[in-house]
Ligand binder design. Structure first.
Ligand code: PMP
Length: 445
């Protein structure tokens, strides 16, 4: 293939990949038998350019994070302007315009009542921060009321995913979150069944019977309830009924349990609402944001909470919130986040998401009838195919690359969540590639 993308010679490519295979530990990968990695030279718009010459249409947005495409001139300019002033200063005792502007934007855009912002480095850390906030809040409440602290656990639902650090892992699905391996070190929390009524299906109040029973029995021990709003992502791309989330809000209010929504994957338009909890018209007590916050440029996350929570924690015995990451409020990350949020509105994200949804509804949804498929579902810019068999990741990945697309399935799921700037033609190429591999036996186990 004529390689117009790279100056990395074939022998250099081989030596880089050999070192990578021997020494570089990739996510969720064995070091003894690693899955192949493809060497990327550059990325532009919706295209990922491999050093070997192939140009791939990106269906993954680099794990849901890229919104406006790669190598965007406005995002690049925001980084360069900030770097020319300063890339980072410690956030203890110092502050800066990029962080302040970002926090103001987040307060204005998120649901009512979320008025205080804590910036951190990654989605998982923002969940740690949210859990710590909830526990420190309950500690301060018990202290103020001169009662014993009993609210020390969390309640969540099965099939959830909130990150890979230890506190976050303790509220991930017990099976996929590997609770058996880490049983002796993980905090023990309560798990309700996963929501089962799908988005768009008929609602029944029976759906929350077990959840309600858990609240009734254990509320005196429960500090907070944590959930991914509307979309359980890593737990199977499951889209659930907004009434479920509304019921969670009511139960949390009734039993004085804080509601934490993890919008790390769903935030900034992905589901067709700016934040997925808008589908249920609820405001949480604490919200986590990450991934798309910087348009997929640099790691940054935010945990927002109400004034009441912040005040209660701050007036407790500790007198402050006990957390402070070194790279908190990183100026480069805040500057690019500001530019990404501005672009979201300049580009009219709602029309972008609607265009993706319309195409996926007409092209991807009919794949539900394929003999290998259990379900095909679409919500906003997310399209997922649930197969009867698990995929052979190495083989399916190789085929997708041969077909000129970047799609990385897991388990029984082939899903796409492309950058919002994708064209109908590019989206059609993604769905055509999925249709092709569905007909290939060796792509499945
Ligand atoms: N929560 C949700 C819902 C996520 O999808 C993820 C990332 N897949 C995380 C938390 C963790 O974020 P990070 O990978 O940035 O630590």
């Amino acid at each position: 293939m004529n390689n117009k993308h790279t100056n990395i010679t074939p022998s250099k490519q081989n030596s880089l990949l050999r070192f990578d295979k021997e020494n570089v530990w990739h996510p969720y990968t064995s070091m003894s038998e690693p899955l192949p990695s493809y060497l990327v030279d550059s990325a532009q718009g919706v295209n990922i350019n491999l050093a070997s010459g192939e140009q791939l249409i990106d269906g993954m947005s680099s794990w849901w994070s890229v919104l406006h495409g790669y190598n965007h001139h406005k995002l690049n300019a925001a980084l360069q302007e900030q770097a020319a002033k300063m890339s980072h200063v410690m956030f203890g005792g110092l502050t800066h315009q990029s962080a302040i502007t970002l926090c103001e934007k987040l307060i204005n855009l998120t649901p009512e009542g979320l008025d205080k912002v804590f910036l951190s480095d990654s989605g998982s850390v923002s969940v740690e921060v949210a859990m710590k906030m909830a526990l420190q809040y309950q500690h301060a409440v018990a202290e103020k009321n001169q009662t014993n602290l009993t609210k020390t656990k969390l309640l969540t639902v099965k099939n959830g995913y909130h990150g890979d650090t230890f506190a976050a892992m303790s509220v991930c699905d017990p099976v996929t979150g590997m609770h058996q391996i880490f049983e002796q070190v993980l905090m023990q929390h309560y798990f309700a069944p996963a929501p089962s009524i799908k988005f768009g299906e008929q609602w029944s109040n029976d759906e929350t019977i077990e959840l309600t029973a858990l609240f009734e029995q254990h509320h005196s021990e429960i500090a907070a309830f944590i959930i991914e709003p509307i979309v359980q992502g890593t737990g199977g791309m499951r889209f659930y009924h907004p009434e479920y989330l509304r019921a969670c809000r009511l139960l949390c209010d009734k039993y004085k349990v804080l509601l934490i929504v993890d919008e790390i994957a769903t935030g900034f338009g992905r589901t067709g609402k700016l934040f997925a909890c808008e589908w249920a018209e609820i405001s949480p007590d604490i919200m986590c944001l990450g991934k798309t916050l910087t348009g997929g440029y640099i790691t940054l996350a935010a945990t927002l909470c109400t004034t009441h929570i912040a005040k209660t924690i701050s007036e407790g015995a500790a007198g402050c919130f006990m957390h402070g990451p070194t790279f908190m409020g990183n100026a480069l990350a805040c500057a690019v986040a500001n530019a990404s949020i501005d672009l979201l509105f300049e580009n009219d994200w709602q029309s972008q998401v609607l265009a993706i949804e319309t195409t996926l509804n007409s092209l991807l949804k009919p794949l539900a009838k394929h003999e290998r498929v259990i379900d095909a579902r679409v919500l906003g810019s997310i399209g997922a195919i649930e197969c009867k068999q698990t995929v052979n990741v190495a083989q399916i990945q190789k085929r997708f690359v041969e077909l000129g697309v970047w799609i990385r399935p897991f388990g029984k799921l082939i899903y796409i969540i492309p950058p919002l700037i994708i064209t109908t033609e590019q989206l059609t190429a993604l769905v055509n590639a999925i249709t092709t591999v569905l007909n290939e036996d060796d792509c499945f186990n």
